[in-house]
Design a protein around this ligand. Structure first.
Ligand SMILES: C[C@H](O)[C@H](O)[C@H]1CNC2=NC(N)=NC(=O)C2=N1
Length: 244
C-alpha cells in the first residue's frame, strides 16, 4: 500500500469515517473503439481466500473533444432530497459544504446533486485521489458521476434510486473534501474564486468548448460537467435494485 493511502486512512479516522480496507491494485490502460481513451482500474481484496476476492471495476473517461449535455438548469437551485431523507439532518449536514456558506460544493441538477471540481498538481495525484474515493464508494455502496482530465476531477454526487440528494451524497462529498486535502489538492483561494470556477464549469458544459489546449493547465475543468453528464447518460440502468 502506498504511503499516501496510509496517510488518508488516518485522516478518515479523524473525521469519524470507516477506514479503508486493504487492497492491492492493478491498473489497465485501454483504448476504446471510438478512440476515447479510458483507464480501467481494478482493485482486489488482499484476502487470500480462493473464493472471496471481491473485484470492482471503474471506468473513467480521460478526455473528450466535445460535450453535449448541461449539468443544471437553475442558477440557484434549492436542495431536493431523495424520498425517505430526514430534511433537518440533511440541511444541517449539507449547509457547511455549500459555497454560500464557505464550502466548495454547489447544488446542480435542479437541487438533486452536489457538484465540485478538484484540482491537483499532477495526473498521478488526481488518480490517487480518485482511487481513494473509489474505495469509500465501495464501502458505502454508492458511486459518483465523475470525470477526469489531466489534473482535474469533476465530481457529482446524486442518488438515482430513490432520486434526489441523499445522506450518502452529502457524506461522500465531505469525504471527498477530506481526501482531497490529504492528497495535496491545489487550493482555489476564496469563495468568489470557487464560485467563479464552478460557474465556468457549468457554462462551458452548456457551450461545448473544445478540450484541445486545455490540458496545459488553463481552464481544463470547464468541460467537466458535460463529461460527467455524458458518462452518466451512457451508464445504463446501473442503480435499479437487483431482484433477489
Ligand atoms: C442496488 C444498489 O444498492 C444500488 O445500485 C445503489 C448503488 N450505488 C448507487 N449510487 C448512486 N449514486 N445512486 C444510487 O441510487 C445507487 N444505488
Amino acid at each position: 500500500m502506498s504511503p499516501s493511502l496510509v496517510l488518508r486512512t488516518s485522516r478518515l479516522a479523524s473525521i469519524g469515517l470507516q477506514q479503508t480496507p486493504r487492497f492491492s491494485w492493478t491498473s489497465i490502460i485501454r483504448i476504446s473503439p471510438n478512440s476515447l481513451p479510458t483507464r480501467t482500474l481494478r482493485h482486489q481484496s488482499a484476502s487470500s481466500h480462493p473464493i472471496i476476492r471481491p473485484t470492482i471495476g471503474i471506468t473513467v473517461m480521460m478526455s473528450s473533444s466535445s460535450s453535449s449535455s448541461s449539468s443544471s438548469s437553475s442558477s440557484n437551485p434549492q436542495p431536493r432530497f431523495s424520498p425517505g431523507s430526514d430534511p433537518a439532518a440533511m440541511e444541517a449536514a449539507l449547509a457547511p459544504l455549500l459555497t454560500s456558506n464557505g464550502g466548495q460544493w454547489v447544488l446542480g441538477a435542479d437541487g438533486e446533486a452536489l457538484e465540485r471540481t478538484f484540482k491537483f498538481k499532477t495526473f498521478a495525484k488526481t488518480w490517487d485521489f480518485m482511487t481513494a474515493v473509489s474505495l469509500q464508494c465501495k464501502l458505502k455502496n454508492h458511486h459518483p458521476e465523475w470525470s477526469n482530465v489531466f489534473n482535474t476531477t469533476f465530481i457529482r454526487w446524486t442518488t438515482h434510486q430513490p432520486k434526489g440528494l441523499s445522506a450518502k451524497d452529502v457524506e461522500l462529498a465531505a469525504v471527498c473534501d477530506a481526501l482531497a486535502r490529504d492528497f495535496g489538492e491545489v487550493v482555489v483561494e476564496g469563495v468568489a474564486a470557487v464560485e467563479k470556477e464552478q460557474a465556468q464549469a457549468r457554462q462551458s458544459a452548456d457551450h461545448q468548448p473544445s478540450s484541445q489546449g486545455q490540458a496545459q493547465g488553463g481552464s481544463q475543468a470547464c468541460d467537466m460537467s458535460g463529461l460527467a453528464g455524458r458518462a452518466a447518460s451512457s451508464a445504463g440502468d446501473c442503480c435499479v435494485p437487483r431482484k433477489k
